[in-house]
Structures are given as structure tokens and as C-alpha cells.
Design a protein around this ligand. Structure first.
Ligand code: GMT
Length: 364
């Protein structure tokens, strides 16, 4: 098959999944990836994915550069030159609209598959400045997929669409995200990885850590960059935790940090799936997270991690202490987490689901 994949190139989960999917598919199919920059996961050589950069022309009249149009033009170009048969967009805004525009401009029966990832539905997608066109574009997609049952449900509740939504879960490379040895250092490592947006509640991560560090020797690794970083730094200073919290910034390879961690915190306000938690679980790191969105589909409370209500810092801190204090419990949860990943969330299980979806869509 000749497939075009559209995504954001940044550190976010949708870009990671799109790039990993492209790399796996390229072993059997001709894959063209379109974005405004080379995605971080496509930096290594030898993956066989063709990358196409969207260049957005500027003009003094434009207060905002029209990326949606530049992307649509790039898709048209790709279909004409490479005879791509199907466009798979990751994150609906604005990618689905651009793909639809390209299809209409060409007047050809190009198929469009949209994978909904999270805030394109439950946050940005609901913003009145986008909602009508997001809803229309979803309806025009030949297929819609969501990364969890919870996201599927939210989409059907909040948008007036009569499309089937297929749930295809995210996946992790379990060979790369793998623990190498058990690290029983006296000072335990707690980790959090995110894009430091309000929806991630990184301030809660620091507050939970502030409670735990009073009882157990530990250190907090904060991985990522984003708009909330300066308020998180301020809270760290206010709580006098500067010597215990490390800001590691964006890193290409989070597996290096996760492998030596003892606990992963994800107290998000909303989380359609929680790819960062899945990567931790693959490294046998138990997760304490909020009971929200798709997280209960990934983490089984009391089996491979713990879930608490959003903002219940006391409970999250208590679970964290239990995990850090009790090595037997920690190993048991970690082992179950890894088993869960291998049983449900590997590329070997998920990539064929996308291939089958493409085949069914092209046969339509
Ligand atoms: O929706 C976002 O905030 C961005 C998106 C991304 O590109 O990182 O994250 C969402 O998609 C991920 C990959 O499917 C999921 O693992 C995240 O849970 C989801 N984020 C939210 O729902 C907040």
C-alpha cells in the first residue's frame, strides 16, 4: 500500500505513535510522512520512511500563517507525485480538514483515516472557534479511530457524528522500553514525563513528591518542556525542594530515565490514553495516576499500578509511599505492568490492526 501519514512533529504522544507506526509499516509498505518538521522519532537513519516537510509561506497581511492550506497543498502534491492512496491523519485539528480539502481539490476518491488522540476531542475540539469544522471534518473521514474506549465515548457524546469509531490502542516498543537491572538504591527515583500543559497537573506531581520526600529518601525527575514549567519551578523553590527535583528538559530517549525509576506519576486532569504511563509500565515501573479518561484501560488499579480521583494528592502520596517502601509490592506491580504491555500494547499486536483498517477502507 502507499500511505501518507500526517502528524505533529513534537514530543507529544500523537507524533510519537504516528512516527513509530510509520517506521513499522515502512517494512512492508511505501510510507510518506508529512509534517512541518521532521518528527523527533524519525531522526535515526534506516527506517525507510519518506519525509515531506510542509513549508508555510508568510506574507505581511497574514496575522496567522494558514498552515491548514499549506498542508492541504502538500497532500495534493504527494497524491499527484507519489500516487498515495490513503491519508492517515493523527490528531484531527487541523489535519483532517486539510486532508478533506486536498481530496475535494483533486476530485479523486482518496481515502481519509483520522485517529483521534485526546485534546482534539475533549479540549481544543470543543472550543467554539473550532468545533463546527472539526465535527464536519470528522464526519467526512472515511474511518475514525480513537486511542481508547473512553475517547470513543467522549467523541460520540460531544460531537454530532454518525460515523463508526474503531478503538485501536497505542503501543510501545517493548524491546527498547525494557528494564535491564533492578536498581535498589537507597534514594528512590520518581519520574514524570509530559509537555507541561495545565491538563497534566505537573504542580500536583510536585505536591505529591513534597509529601513523599518527607517520609522516604527520594528524588524527582521531571522530563519535558511546556507552558507550565516556570510555575512548576516556582513551586519547587517555594517548597524548598531544589536539591531534590531535577528538570531534565526534552529528551529523545525517555527509556534511559524510566529504566532506573521506581515510580511514575501521572495525575492528569484528562488523559485519553497516557502513552507516557505505558512506556513506564513497559520498563516495569509502577504508575500512580488519576482515574480519568482512558487511564483505567491501561492501568489496572491494585494490579499494575494505582488510580485515585483527580486532585486527591493525599491518596496519590499514600500509594506512592506504599510502592517505594515495599520492594516486593513494587516488583510485583512492575512485573504485572510489563506483562500487560506485552499482552496488549506491542507493535506486533497493534500495527496489523491499522493495516487491516487500511485494507478495509481501500476496498470500500
Ligand atoms: O491531546 C494532546 O494533548 C496531545 C496528544 C499528543 O499529541 O501528545 O496527547 C494525547 O494523545 C496521546 C497519544 O495518543 C495520549 O497518550 C494522551 O493521553 C493524549 N493526551 C490527553 O488526552 C491529554
Amino acid at each position: 500500500m502507499k500511505i501518507g501519514i500526517v502528524c505533529y512533529p513534537t514530543y507529544g504522544g500523537s507524533g510519537v505513535i504516528a512516527s513509530e507506526l510509520a517506521i513499522h509499516l515502512a517494512r512492508k509498505h511505501e510510507i510518506h510522512l508529512i509534517s512541518y518538521a521532521r518528527p523527533v522519532r524519525l531522526n535515526m537513519k534506516g527506517h525507510g520512511v519518506f519525509f515531506h516537510k510542509v513549508s508555510v509561506g508568510s506574507y505581511p497581511l497574514f496575522n496567522y500563517t494558514p498552515y491548514t492550506l499549506a498542508l492541504a497543498s502538500k497532500i495534493i502534491d504527494l497524491i499527484r507525485k507519489k500516487r498515495v492512496e490513503l491519508i492517515h491523519v493523527h490528531y484531527a485539528i487541523p489535519h483532517t480538514s486539510s486532508a478533506y480539502l486536498a481530496k475535494k481539490a483533486l476530485g479523486k476518491d482518496i481515502k481519509i483515516v483520522t485517529t483521534l488522540h485526546g485534546t482534539d476531542v475533549h479540549l481544543v475540539g470543543l472550543d467554539p472557534s473550532y468545533k463546527p469544522i472539526v465535527e464536519f471534518s470528522m464526519q467526512q473521514s472515511d474511518r475514525l479511530t480513537a486511542v481508547s474506549e473512553s475517547l470513543k465515548k467522549q467523541t460520540l457524546e460531544k460531537f454530532n457524528i454518525d460515523r463508526e469509531i474503531e478503538v485501536i490502542y497505542n503501543f510501545v516498543d517493548s524491546e527498547k522500553y525494557k528494564r535491564e537491572s533492578q536498581n535498589e538504591s537507597k534514594e528512590k527515583l520518581i519520574c514524570h514525563v509530559s509537555n507541561f500543559r495545565a491538563v497534566k497537573r505537573v504542580l500536583d506531581v510536585v505536591r505529591i513528591f513534597g509529601r513523599v520526600v518527607k517520609k522516604i529518601p527520594c528524588r524527582l525527575y521531571l522530563v519535558g518542556e511546556g507552558p507550565d514549567k516556570s510555575s512548576v519551578q516556582e513551586l519547587v523553590r517555594k517548597l524548598g525542594l531544589e536539591n531534590k527535583v531535577e528538570f531534565l528538559g526534552n529528551t529523545l530517549d525517555t527509556s534511559r530515565i524510566l529504566r532506573k525509576s521506581h515510580l511514575f506519576l501521572l495525575p492528569s486532569e484528562q488523559e485519553s490514553f497516557g502513552l507516557a504511563a505505558l512506556e513506564a509500565m513497559s520498563c516495569e515501573v509502577p504508575v500512580v495516576a488519576s482515574r480519568v479518561g482512558g487511564l483505567p484501560e491501561v492501568i489496572r488499579h491494585g494490579i499494575d499500578g494505582y488510580l485515585a480521583e483527580v486532585g486527591n494528592l493525599e491518596e496519590m502520596a499514600n500509594y506512592s509511599q506504599q510502592i517505594l517502601r515495599n520492594q516486593v509490592l513494587r516488583r510485583k506491580l512492575g512485573c504485572e505492568a510489563r506483562k500487560r504491555v506485552l499482552g496488549k500494547f506491542t507493535p506486533q499486536r497493534i500495527v496489523p490492526q491499522y493495516e487491516s483498517l487500511y485494507q478495509r477502507t481501500l476496498a470500500k
